[in-house]
Design a protein around this ligand. Structure first.
Ligand SMILES: C[S@@+](CC[C@H](N)C(=O)[O-])C[C@H]1O[C@@H](n2cnc3c(N)ncnc32)[C@H](O)[C@@H]1O
Length: 425
């Protein structure tokens, strides 16, 4: 356990210094190739857990320390240990003993080991009181940055606490059945035969009662099923594609929505993304599902002159880059890495992409604007501005009961998304 505590502490430290959790973990798996599968699982669990509750654990650590610790690595080790004491089933004395041993690898001298021991034992002794004290501060209660809490409270006075709480849950695992290959009923039978249970959330979307490893899903390699959040599964049906249409997926990688579009109709699909490595993932997903796109293009959606073949599209999916504030339960690092000022930057990019794509949409054609954000700056405010400047655009109604003005809020069953369907008149 010392190794996993130390590795998780270093992951947390790198993320808090500004790196993405996914990238740091990929790097750790590459460099620390001797970690067993079990150790990797534990490191992942601890790193995600600490970042999920960093607000709360940070306040508790402050309360426990007489003065701030200069050694950041020790701080991160203490956060990992506090997370274990509060949220794991490992016996408290084991957590403390291992953390004291782990601290020997970080700093020389017995003073710091004594401090680690004292801090963790004090937490065990005063756990309830400290949890209450931490909850008196909003950052401790919600484990989100204060600007995030304030913005959500302003934009969703009734729902903000539920959104913050959903963001701090472990994410659900949802499947999309490839109905070109198998019916939902037949796939549910396959799951049952393999000892797995699922609930149908909406057509084709199966919420697993327990997350499993992707490779253990029946028929995954053959393309019977794709792992995709239920909220994300609303996109392709909303775009209203029909056989023979020319369709552009403009920010497509890794291809979750592209492959869904190809499952729904026989379309001529152009797949665009500006990240060549992520485009490789789209190609792999297409191959696994035995599908093909018409064109796979590496280019900037805001600059069609560089890649467009001058034939207008009947349908365009614009799943634009955004703050990802709707998918925090899958990426708890996001809440600590984003700055409020990032929203303005995302809004500028989104507007440039939307304006450019509008020009290459056929008359009467439809464009679906999508973000996985809950912030109005990237969503309703963006669309209001677009409609003000485009007299040839009308907003079509969306018939999804779970949404408020196109906004699907994150909950225990799905991520948060924003959808707007525009038609060119
Ligand atoms: C939200 S993700 C798309 C997810 C994808 N639609 C799916 O369902 O799997 C946004 C994508 O936009 C790409 N992107 C960002 N800026 C872009 C730009 N200017 N032009 C094209 N793609 C861009 C990113 O590389 C990223 O893959």
């Amino acid at each position: 356990m010392i190794k996993t505590q130390l590795t998780a502490a270093s992951v947390v430290g790198r993320v808090l210094a500004g790196a993405s959790l996914t990238e740091v973990l990929q790097d750790v798996w590459r460099v620390e190739s001797s970690l067993s599968k079990q150790q990797r699982g534990a490191v992942q669990d601890l790193s995600y857990g600490v970042l999920r509750f960093y607000g709360q654990l940070g306040v508790i650590l402050e309360l426990l320390l007489k003065k701030p610790l200069r050694d950041r690595s020790l701080c991160h080790l203490l956060l990992v240990s506090l997370y274990q004491l509060q949220y794991s089933r490992v016996l408290p004395h084991t957590v403390v003993d291992q953390a004291v041993s782990a601290s020997r690898c970080l700093v020389k001298g017995s003073g710091m080991q004594g401090l680690v021991n004292a801090v963790l034992r004090n937490f065990i002794r005063q756990q309830e009181k400290l949890l209450k004290q931490a909850a008196e501060k909003e950052i401790g209660r919600y484990s989100h940055p204060q600007w995030w809490v304030d913005k959500l409270r302003r934009q969703y006075p009734k729902n903000f606490a539920a959104i913050l709480s959903a963001n701090n849950k472990r994410p659900p695992m949802t499947l999309r059945v490839n109905r070109r290959m198998i019916s939902v009923e037949a796939y549910c039978d396959l799951l049952t035969e393999n000892g797995m249970q699922a609930e149908v959330l909406w057509p084709g979307a199966l919420l697993l009662s327990q997350p499993v490893r992707v490779e253990s899903l029946p028929g995954f390699v053959m393309g019977l099923v794709t792992v995709q959040d239920a909220g994300a599964q609303l996109a392709a049906p909303l775009l209203d594609v029909h056989d023979g249409m020319r369709v552009l997926d403009a920010c497509a990688a890794p291809g979750g929505k592209s492959t869904h579009l190809l499952e729904l109709a026989n379309i001529s699909l152009s797949v665009l993304d500006n990240d060549p490595e992520r485009l490789i993932q789209v190609q792999q997903n297409l191959e696994r599902l035995r599908m093909a796109s018409e064109r796979l293009i590496c280019g900037d959606a805001a600059n069609p002159d560089a890649w467009w073949d001058k034939q207008p599209y009947d349908r365009i999916l614009a799943d634009v880059p955004c703050s990802a504030s709707g998918v925090v339960c899958r990426h708890p690092d996001i809440k600590w890495l984003r700055r409020e000022s990032d929203l303005t930057k995302f809004a500028i990019t989104q507007q440039a992409i939307l304006d450019a794509l509008w020009k290459i949409l056929r008359k009467n054609g439809k464009l679906l604007y999508v973000t996985c954000s809950v912030f109005a700056e990237e969503n309703t405010m963006q669309i209001e501005k677009f409609l003000k400047h485009h007299s040839d655009a009308c907003q079509l109604p969306l018939s999804v009961a779970a949404m408020m003005d196109g906004q699907l809020l994150p909950d225990t069953q799905h991520d948060g998304f924003f959808y707007t369907l525009l038609q060119k008149t």
